[in-house]
Design a protein around this ligand. Structure first.
Ligand code: 5AD
Ligand code: SF4
Length: 450
């Protein structure tokens, strides 16, 4: 645990940092905040490990595969650390929170293990390691994360993620998040609004509000404050064009919030609201707190009020006890709802969660086959839905050169479709109208409409 060390020695010999992030958008934002902090301390960010004085891996624990990747990266750093013992190697984020001390035992060349609520103290921890040559373990769960945002360190100036709440109190039976990210804590509306205003005055056009369970925003603030109140306040920020928010939990998504979204012009017509399964039996064992019928009704209500709404979902296949019939119900839900996009995962047991007590009894080849089946189904639905966009005019926020064709531009519609079209670089960060003339399952192609 970090303790009373003299951190006044600011004579900083470490100047370059290599930073790699795994996992969700919340992790990416934590990376951004950490790097902003380190830059203010005089660090230069490098993109090669062998140019770095400090190597930091910001980790994810959501599935075993995510952890295996980090451990293999750490293993590969052993030789570098032998050659350059002065280089600091740190593990941050969810896996650091979960495995704590055990990381030092498994990977003795690691100097720093810093959990999900401690990264605002990175500069002083690095100084401690340098001054004392000792390991630092910082995994205090009760800390409130309070990082002053360096608006200057952002991947691009026209978009930003903004954390509105941290942690999760839902305890879905398969999920490690409440154990690694702690209890739900919401930031106040005034804090968030101030941050958004400062982002907008630095050129930001679109904010994506982040929370592991964003529909329960405000619960710990008192005074019946809801996500709807926050969205209404942010809708009034001059100069801001678009507001997105993720991730929605169906059980906490009220009709009231849907009504609020439908009347706020800046809130985009896109919901990422994971269903996880279409089977009531499986949903019950997952402790999701709703049935498939409730999910269907919620989407119908939202689509009635917000006609252009697109919906994305996550699904887990091969959850303990998932039968063929359970799986067919998931297939039917996907066919009926017609999501814009789905993220599909094979169940991965996480030690410490409730589901880890259930036998992981669906064989891996069946998990793989179900995963493939849902991916193929979603691909077909995405293509059919995208074809309906042919000839339509859509508003696009231009994000930069297209990854597949650097001579063209790429951006997103309000409904979160990716659109590729010809145009000059000076359009980056601007809103343009594009007419769609070609589609694939993943991308819309078009021409700027004049
Ligand atoms: N195994 C597989 N997928 C999981 N997810 C969360 N926990 C697990 C797990 N133990 C998926 C859920 C969640 C997404 C972020 O990751 O679908 O919505
Ligand atoms: Fe992974 Fe969940 Fe942590 Fe995000 S919050 S990095 S998904 S474990």
């Amino acid at each position: 645990m970090i303790n009373s060390v003299d951190f006044t020695n600011k004579d900083q010999p470490y100047k370059t940092v290599f930073f790699e992030t795994f996992g969700c958008q919340m992790n990416k934002l934590d990376a951004e905040l950490s790097l902003g902090l380190l830059q203010e301390e005089g660090y230069r960010i490098v993109d090669k490990v062998d140019e770095a004085d400090v190597i930091l891996l910001n980790t994810c624990s959501v599935r075993q595969h995510a952890e295996d990747k980090v451990y293999s990266h750490l293993g590969a750093l052993r030789t570098l650390k032998k050659r350059h013992p002065e280089v600091i190697v740190g593990v941050l984020g969810c896996m650091a929170q979960k495995d704590g001390e055990a990381i030092f035992k498994r990977m003795p060349h690691v100097d720093l293990v810093c959990g999900t609520r401690m990264f605002s103290r990175l500069p002083e921890m690095l100084l401690k390691i340098r001054n004392h040559g000792s390991h630092v373990l910082a995994v205090d769960e009760d800390q409130i994360v309070n990082v002053k945002r360096a608006v200057t360190y952002r991947p691009n100036y026209y978009q930003a993620f903004v954390t509105v709440m941290r942690g999760c109190d839902n305890y879905c039976s398969y999920c490690i998040v409440p154990y690694v990210r702690g209890r739900e804590i919401s930031r106040t509306i005034s804090d968030i609004k101030e941050e958004v205003q400062s982002l907008v005055s630095n050129g930001c056009k679109e904010v994506t509000l982040l929370g592991q369970n964003i529909n329960s925003y405000g619960k710990n603030l008192g005074g019946n404050i809801t996500l709807g109140d926050l969205l209404s306040e942010l809708n009034d920020v001059d100069g801001l064009d678009r507001i997105r928010f993720v991730t929605s939990h169906p059980a906490d998504m009220s009709h009231d919030i849907i009504r609020t979204i439908s009347r706020l012009g800046k809130v985009c017509e896109y919901l990422h609201m994971p269903a996880q399964s279409g089977s009531d039996e499986v949903l019950k064992r997952m402790r999701r707190g709703y049935k498939a019928g409730y999910y269907r009704d919620l989407i119908s209500y939202a689509r009635e009020l917000i006609p252009r709404l697109t919906v994305a979902s996550d699904f887990i296949v091969g959850f303990p006890g998932e039968t063929d019939e359970d799986f067919q119900q998931t297939v039917r839900l996907m066919e009926d709802i017609r999501f814009q996009n789905c993220f599909i995962f094979k169940y991965s047991p996480r030690t410490g969660t409730k589901a880890a007590d259930l036998a992981d009894d669906v064989p891996d080849e069946i998990k793989r086959a179900r995963n493939m089946k849902l991916l193929e189904l979603q691909k077909r639905i995405s293509l059919e839905e995208n074809k309906k966009m042919m000839g339509k005019e859509v508003q696009v926020l231009v994000e930069g050169a297209s990854k597949s064709d650097p001579n063209r531009l790429s951006g997103r519609t309000r409904q979160n479709h990716i659109v590729v079209f010809n145009g000059s670089q000076d359009l980056v960060g601007k809103l343009v109208d594009v007419t769609i003339n070609e589609v694939t399952d993943l991308t819309l192609f078009g021409k700027i409409f004049k």
